[in-house]
Design a protein around this ligand. Structure first.
Ligand SMILES: [Zn+2]
Length: 313
């Protein structure tokens, strides 16, 4: 079966290497879009199972010691995610944004929504989070409403003033469908913020490409997929000096957009992909991690893996 690019649907793609997490799932690169993607990808059932089990094991640092709001807050503080959420909220929410409808797609434990609430208590805050553990921690809040998916939100007949999508867009296999669906809860005034890992950031290990991210974006590829679905880029934003993420502030305009044609295709992502390494030491460390998770309860591994953040400080 031929493989086509998830952005341009073109066949000018190159097979690169198998992911370190599953040898059957391979990384591809599209020359036209400067885009990376995984193929073949999980079926819906496989994906559900993956998120229930394997996903948390890849990111043990995101397993709280206890399933309580306090423990999650401590975890978010330790890993710097609380600071990130605060910076994002300060960038996006104004004190006088009264009664606006704001939705965070992929709201996790509700950290960002909490930060929005702390800036302005007159916002109407919503979240979408499919993960039950995360939802459990945020769904009993009286500050915001959490839903399972976009279909549930559509039934509310609310048009949102601000939509935030932080580190969620790269998890989606069919971006066209998602962007089409999104149009039902927004209008041409809605401000949309999409933040993804920056594929052109100088990553060196093959483990950067993991199974939860079927898309690896460059500035060109994220601009292109948004433009092709009639979303216009208003600005590329940043909340600190780091370069490992990209934020696009966008708006839906019901006409053809061609901003991507003005961007140069530097093919930088291909260079990074071709130079990524996975040596014997990396493989050994992954082996140890995979084995220890069978013996040590995940919540203890979570605490252990967060020690590295303490040493960095
Ligand atoms: Zn392409």
């Amino acid at each position: 079966m031929s493989v086509f690019c998830k952005i341009c649907n073109g066949y000018e793609v190159k097979e690169k290497w198998p992911t370190v997490y599953n040898k059957n799932i391979k990384l591809y690169y599209c020359n036209n879009c400067n885009h990376g993607f995984l193929n073949p990808y999980f079926s819906k059932d496989e994906l559900d199972n993956f998120y229930k089990d394997e996903y948390r094991k890849i990111f043990v640092f995101n397993i709280p010691f206890k399933k309580t709001v306090k423990s999650v807050k401590q975890m978010m503080e330790d890993t710097g995610q609380l600071t990130e959420s605060t910076l994002r909220a300060n960038m996006i929410i104004q004190k006088d944004d009264n009664k606006l409808n704001v939705i965070d797609i992929g709201s996790g434990t509700g950290m960002f929504l909490n930060c929005c609430y702390n800036i302005n208590r007159n916002l109407k805050l919503y979240g979408i989070e499919p993960d039950d553990d995360h939802k459990y921690l945020s769904s009993n809040s009286d500050k915001f409403l959490i839903f399972n998916n976009l279909d549930e939100v559509k039934k509310l007949n609310v048009i949102f003033d601000k939509v935030t999508i932080f580190h969620t867009f790269e998890h989606i296999e069919n971006l066209g469908d998602f962007l089409e669906n999104l149009k039902q809860i927004i209008n041409e005034k809605t401000e949309i913020y999409i933040e993804v890992p920056n594929g052109e950031y100088n990553w060196v290990k093959k483990s950067f490409v993991h199974l939860a991210h079927p898309q690896i974006f460059s500035k060109l590829s994220i601009t292109k997929v948004l433009n092709l679905n009639n979303y216009k880029i208003l600005s590329y934003d940043r909340y600190d000096k780091r370069t490992d993420y990209l934020i696009c502030k966008v708006r839906f305009e019901n006409q053809k957009q061609d901003q991507y044609l003005k961007l140069k295709n530097n093919k930088l992502l291909e260079n990074i992909i071709d130079n990524a390494k996975w040596g014997i030491i990396d493989a050994f460390l992954k082996f140890i991690k995979d084995k220890s998770i069978l013996i040590i309860p995940a919540k203890y591994l979570g605490v252990l893996s967060r020690l590295k953040y303490k040493y960095k400080k």
